[in-house]
Design a protein around this ligand. Structure first.
Ligand SMILES: Nc1ncnc2c1ncn2[C@@H]1O[C@H](COP(=O)(O)OP(=O)(O)OP(=O)(O)O)[C@@H](O)[C@H]1O
Length: 297
């Protein structure tokens, strides 16, 4: 077994009366594209801040590429690139200056690599523009660039696509995917569950500072989610009487686990004279899984 990229054991953190992390255990392997999901306040940012050494945990251990985040801070920090949620910049520097300064913090001169990152993130044309003159989406790309300057093997992105338009989001994902293919471990938090579903191989769901689900994305989809049969009926009230749920667009939806249930349901609809006009199947998606996991936990 190779060294895990991130190892979190029995991690706790309290803010006054609030238990932000209530004993988190998590191991993320090298090369994974890992999703960290949870509702607002679940503890995702606290966990990431602890990894980056910005928040001191009350108990437990954290390692990045085998380096203890507290005892071996410099090595652990070097192995990690964090793209924070908030956009905070010194407005007087240009994009390139900012990246050079960041490289300097790690004792590096990285001009060729900076050019490569700028290119990959579509920032080349903005290299000499001052930060204050960039749009919000462009600033977010610079945050990503900043996290990559020291070529960290592990990259953590805390809601990188909040408030980012579709085109930019796709470009960003393309770039992050490439980094993952090149061997970087990626940890992503997002509230866009569709993105997590397509990108992440494994997912942890957090609620109130605890891991309440941890599995491959495929297993989570299979284990928790049900399929849906969407029907359009001449007599929708009959469908509802048979256990369907009417949605606002006039469809009646039935949830089922086994396809054999669909046969029975269709027979019942016919017997009752519901008048089936149209139907389609809905695959399980991560959003349903998420809702279900959060309700059960
Ligand atoms: N510096 C702080 N002082 C006091 N309470 C804090 C502090 N930072 C976080 N908290 C609280 O700890 C809990 C976990 O917050 P955290 O930001 O880690 O959640 P999150 O999962 O990242 O949420 P979001 O999805 O909204 O970003 C919240 O209840 C939050 O209010």
């Amino acid at each position: 077994m190779s060294l895990p990229a991130i190892r979190v054991s029995a991690l706790t953190k309290r803010y006054g009366g609030l238990q932000a992390l209530a004993g988190v255990d998590l191991e993320i392997r090298q090369g994974e594209f890992f999703g960290l999901l949870g509702p607002n306040g679940a503890g995702k940012t606290t966990l990431i801040s602890a990894l980056a050494g910005l928040v001191r945990p009350d108990g437990g251990r954290l390692e990045v590429m085998g380096h203890d985040v507290v005892a071996d801070y410099r090595q652990a920090r070097r192995a990690l690139g964090v793209v924070p949620q908030e956009l905070v910049f010194d407005p007087f520097f240009s994009v390139r200056e900012l990246l050079r300064i960041q490289a300097g913090y790690f004792g590096l001169r990285a001009d060729a690599w900076i050019d490569e990152i700028l290119e990959g993130l579509g920032l080349t044309a903005k290299a000499n523009v001052n930060m204050r003159a960039l749009s919000g989406g462009m600033k977010r790309r610079v945050l990503v660039a900043q996290a990559l300057v020291h070529r960290p093997p592990v990259i953590v992105l805390d809601e990188p696509t909040a408030g980012v338009d579709v085109e930019l989001r796709q470009g960003l994902w393309q770039f992050v995917r490439k980094l993952n293919e090149a061997g970087h471990t990626i940890v992503l938090t997002t509230h866009y569950l569709e993105e997590a579903e397509t990108l992440c191989g494994r997912i942890a769901m957090l609620k109130s500072g605890r891991v309440v689900a941890l599995d491959t994305t495929a297993n989570l989809l299979e284990r928790f989610a049900t399929h849906t049969l969407h029907t359009r009926l001449a007599q929708p009230q009959i469908g509802v009487a048979l256990g369907g749920r009417a949605d606002e667009d006039g469809w009646v939806d039935f949830a089922f686990d086994q396809f054999a249930e669909v046969e029975v349901l269709l027979a019942r609809l016919r017997e009752a004279g519901a008048g089936l006009q149209e139907m389609r199947l809905g695959e399980p998606d991560l959003e349903r899984v998420f809702v279900e996991v959060m309700q059960r936990a």
